[in-house]
Design a protein around this ligand. Structure first.
Ligand code: DX5
Ligand code: ZN
Length: 229
């Protein structure tokens, strides 16, 4: 699947779950291209969110939208097939919890999903070298995973820059996604550094107007892309 980047992926974690379908529609009609689903197990991260049942409901509410499923869980291999069946298009696992990362990435791909790898704020990009040719996306966590609404960690810019440099030098095609504390005031710089996909939770769903926030962030993202082409 080819995408015209940059892409905005609202994180449903911050949505009003009593009105999930309506808020999804608000996002999509305002121009959000992907939807980001955060799966937390209370073990790998100190919070519990939701499982395949909700992803399946999101798929019903948005039959044609790319679902970006971020697994912040132990034993992700065990849940790849259920999330794939629920409608995931991309499944991203954390480097820190996958002792056999290459095998896990191949397992994800065997379901027909695209495969991503995520790194926490304290994990170096250097650890990803061996797996970069095999992944469709690298997710840079710009907060410590577990909760929405945290402040963006500035060291993330350098990671995005480095991943973009490696991608150019090695002629690779993985997308670079940034997740955590993204808002209109850092969106332009993130795209300038080389990010392709920005995840935004609170800055979209806690805004006065969801469509207004989507339009504003997308405009800031497009300004960043205009600077580098
Ligand atoms: C954090 C999640 C993020 C989070 C982003 O563990 O992976 O996707 O929902 O939320 P904001 O945009 O509020 O930081
Ligand atoms: Zn996420």
């Amino acid at each position: 699947m080819a995408f015209e980047t940059p892409l905005l992926a609202p994180s449903l974690l911050a949505a009003d779950f009593t009105r999930l379908g309506e808020e999804i529609n608000d996002c999509l009609s305002a121009g959000a291209q992907w939807l980001h689903c955060d799966i937390m197990d209370g073990h790998f991260v100190p919070n519990i969110s939701y499982g395949p049942f909700i992803v399946d409901a999101v798929r019903s509410a948005a039959p044609d939208t790319f679902l970006d499923v971020h697994l912040m869980i132990e034993n992700p291999d065990k849940y790849v097939v259920p999330f794939s069946k629920a409608g995931a298009n991309m499944i991203t696992v954390h480097q820190e919890i996958c002792p056999h990362l290459h095998s896990t990435i191949q397992h994800i791909k065997s379901t027909g999903c695209q495969a991503g790898v995520a790194i926490n704020p304290a994990t170096s990009v250097d650890l990803l070298y061996p797996i970069l040719p095999d992944v469709d996306m690298v997710l840079v966590m710009s907060v410590n995973p577990g909760f929405g609404g945290q402040s963006f960690i500035d060291a993330s810019y350098q990671k995005v820059y480095k991943l973009n440099e490696i991608r150019k030098q090695m002629n690779m095609t993985y997308l670079i996604e940034v997740d955590g504390g993204v808002q209109s005031n850092n969106a332009t710089k993130l795209i300038q550094k080389g990010a392709d996909v920005l995840v935004a939770g609170s800055s979209v769903f806690k805004a006065e107007s969801i469509p207004g926030a989507i339009k504003e962030i997308r405009a800031r993202m497009n300004a960043g892309r205009a600077d580098i082409v």
